[in-house]
Design a binder for this molecule. Sequence first.
Ligand SMILES: [Zn+2]
Length: 149
Amino acid sequence: MNQKPFIRRPITGDIEFWGPYVYGNRQRIQDTIGSRCRIVWEPSRTGASGCVWRVVRTHMKPVLEMLLDMYGEVVLFREYRETDRCDTRCLTAEGDECVCGCMGLMHGSEAGGGGWLGGLQVGDHTVLFCGPRKWARVELGHSVEEMAA
Ligand SMILES: [Zn+2]
C-alpha cells in the first residue's frame, strides 16, 4: 500500500492523522504536542477505515509541520459546510480554523501572508463526499525555495 501521510480535520472535535511507520513516532508526536497532551491510536471516527493518531484539534499546525518534516508531504482533509458563506471572519482569520464553503481557499487571505496555506499548497483542492459529510482535500508539501534553503 502506497498511502501518503494525511491529516483529517472534522468540523468539530479532535483531528486524526497518520503516516507510514517510522521508529519513535509516538515519542516524536508527544514531543510535538507537549508532554501533558494525550495522543490516542485507535480506529478512525470519521468513517474511514484503519487506525489513526488522534489529538486535540488545536495541535493541527504543529502536527502538520511535524509530518511535513518527517515525510515532506501531507494530504490534508478538512470537513466543511458548503452552505456556510465565506465572510470577513474567514478572510481576516489568522489561525487555521475554517469550515466555511470556501474550503479554506480564502481563509486568512486578507490577514497578510497570503493565507495559512501560503507556500505549502502543491496541488488543487478536490472535494470528497463521505456519506452526508463533505471534505476538501489538498496536498501540501515544502515549497521548492524552502527545499533549497
Ligand atoms: Zn472561507
